[in-house]
Design a protein around this ligand. Structure first.
Ligand SMILES: *C/C=C(C)/C=C/C=C(C)/C=C/C1=C(C)CCCC1(C)C
Length: 249
């Protein structure tokens, strides 16, 4: 018997592994963004603060989710969606701040936030109210409703208002930054529905027998890519813009 309550990670449990590494990586990223905030010019400080808040909020949730998962072996669905309803809207704020100098209105930020909250509320109903054993019709219905919100954000980033503002800004850094973030939404965010389809009744679950531990595995990998990656893109735009301001007369 172990003398204290020791958390042991079974070596054949990749989900537990990603909860630990994910949480630690989020924490380290926050420290990085908060410290580096001092190195960028004033108009970029808020963007870096928000990058640090996104990974910081995620880090705290990861510590709770990890314990929940270790104690029960189940998906920490509620904690997951609480994390997302805080962090995804903050990512929308990042988009707004990037395009603000090009004339983005606050209404754009709210549209992105409403679309992403729509996406998350539908996803939560799909997961949390999935009947025991899983229901294909339930998961497909709410998955499709959720995807509508996702498509709105995707459209805005690639062809809609966000893309247009970046283009009109005439600033190559902002254009490049928005383009990379749009790729994150197309590729990085698309990992989440794959996780969703691993739940009982989901397509990957019924078609390939992928079990519900795939839900957390995909979500954890996607979170690390998207939250830390998004922040790094914003950071690199901010640092380069700061440098060119210093060079400019
Ligand atoms: C930091 C957390 C992020 C960026 C979370 C993003 C989550 C999504 C893009 C979730 C999307 C979903 C669908 C498009 C359909 C199925 C249900 C969801 C909620 C998993």
């Amino acid at each position: 018997m172990l003398p204290l309550e020791v958390i042991a990670i079974p070596k054949d449990d990749p989900v537990a592994f990603t909860f630990f590494t994910g949480g630690m990586a989020m924490f380290a990223a926050s420290v990085f963004f908060f410290f580096e905030r001092g190195r960028v010019s004033d108009k970029w400080k808020l963007s870096l603060l928000i990058s640090g808040l996104i990974t910081g909020i995620a880090a705290v949730h990861y510590f709770y989710m990890r314990d929940y998962y270790m104690a029960t072996g189940e998906n920490p669905t509620a904690l997951r969606y609480i994390d997302w309803t805080l962090t995804v809207p903050l990512m929308c704020v990042e988009f707004y701040l990037l395009t603000k100098n090009a004339g983005a209105k606050i209404g754009l930020m709210w549209k992105l936030i409403i679309a992403s909250v729509w996406m998350l509320v539908a996803g939560y109903i799909g997961e949390a109210y999935n009947p025991p054993g899983g229901s294909a019709s339930h998961s497909v219905l709410w998955g499709v409703i959720s995807t509508l919100g996702y498509l709105y954000v995707l459209y805005a980033a690639w062809f809609g208002e966000v893309a247009q503002l970046a283009k009109d800004s005439g600033d190559p850094l902002v254009k490049k930054g928005v383009r990379i973030l749009a790729w994150f939404i197309l590729v990085g965010w698309a990992i989440y529905p794959i996780g969703y389809m691993c739940m009982p009744g989901g397509w990957l679950n019924t078609a390939f027998g992928w079990n519900s531990s795939g839900v957390d595995l995909f979500y954890n990998i996607a979170d690390a890519i998207n939250k830390i990656g998004f922040g790094i893109v914003v950071y690199s735009v901010a640092i380069q813009a700061t440098q060119s301001e210093r060079i400019a007369p």
